[in-house]
Design a protein around this ligand. Structure first.
Ligand code: PEP
Length: 249
């Protein structure tokens, strides 16, 4: 069975109650009846707003991070169970901004991935190389290492309940998109790595591309055999752009 396309927005630390309302309403209406699955990952304080604005629509919602702990004295942290309380379906895990700014090592990412699954959430696991790593020709090693940390921690079969996003760090928020061929090459590598553990899981795994996706380049990217949609940062904040990208799915 062919994999369905999936487009997820990552709002990062953007938004306000009033701006969100028009964005959520426009997205809800704009993608109604689309073939692609659609989700938005919003800042924690806006989860209740996303829940009430999107309930009953074909747009799912989620968060951008989760604690590796279930509960306890972890000031500032948010658990998977708390995300469940707000109807979240997805949570982004291991975004490069978490890895580079907040010390999310491969081990922390693996623990957060496990915590998300335990709470019944679908992790969107981000992997990707920096420009220096690409120029040093170690993209495959980096992406494999990031993926293997999660497989070692939770088992390859858990990827049947997850989504992977390949996000080259040099393409995030830079306007520099990986070419469809560059992205496809890494997507194929990710799928092959998963297939080595479970061909069935690999065949069903949605692997999203992220990094300066726009309505104008989405169709070609999503048309690659191993690209199953996108994780969208900046363009997810502009209703027409996000809807345009979802239309390409
Ligand atoms: C992201 O932050 O996940 C991302 C892909 O950002 P952008 O689309 O702005 O490059």
């Amino acid at each position: 069975m062919p994999r369905s396309k999936f487009v997820a927005g990552n709002w990062k630390m953007h938004g306000s109650l009033s701006a969100n309302l028009s964005l959520l309403t426009a997205v809800r209406t704009g993608v109604a009846g689309f073939r692609a699955q659609v989700a938005v990952c919003v800042p924690y304080p806006y989860l209740a707003q996303a829940q009430s604005a999107l309930a009953g629509s074909n747009v799912a919602w989620g968060a951008q991070d989760v604690s590796e702990h279930v509960q306890g004295a972890y000031t500032g942290e948010v658990s998977g169970q708390m995300l469940n309380d707000f109807g979240c379906r997805y949570v982004i895990i291991g975004h490069s901004e978490r890895r580079s700014c907040y010390g999310d090592t491969d081990a922390v990412v693996a623990a957060k991935y496990a915590a998300a699954l335990k709470a019944g959430l679908t992790p969107i696991l981000c992997v990707g190389e920096t420009l220096t790593e690409r120029e040093a020709n170690i993209t495959a090693q980096v992406v494999t290492r990031q993926l293997d940390a999660v497989i070692a921690g939770s088992g390859v079969d858990t990827l049947a309940r997850a989504v992977v996003a390949y996000e080259p760090v040099w393409a995030i928020g830079t306007g520099k998109t990986a070419t469809p061929a560059q992205a496809q090459e890494v997507h194929a590598l990710i799928r092959a790595r998963v297939a080595a553990g479970s061909p069935d899981v690999a065949a069903g795994l949605q692997i999203l591309y992220g990094g300066s996706v726009k309505p104008g380049n989405a169709k070609e990217l999503f048309g690659q055999p191993d690209i199953d949609g996108g994780l969208i940062g900046g363009a997810s904040l502009v209703a027409d752009d996000f809807i345009g990208i979802c239309a390409a799915g």
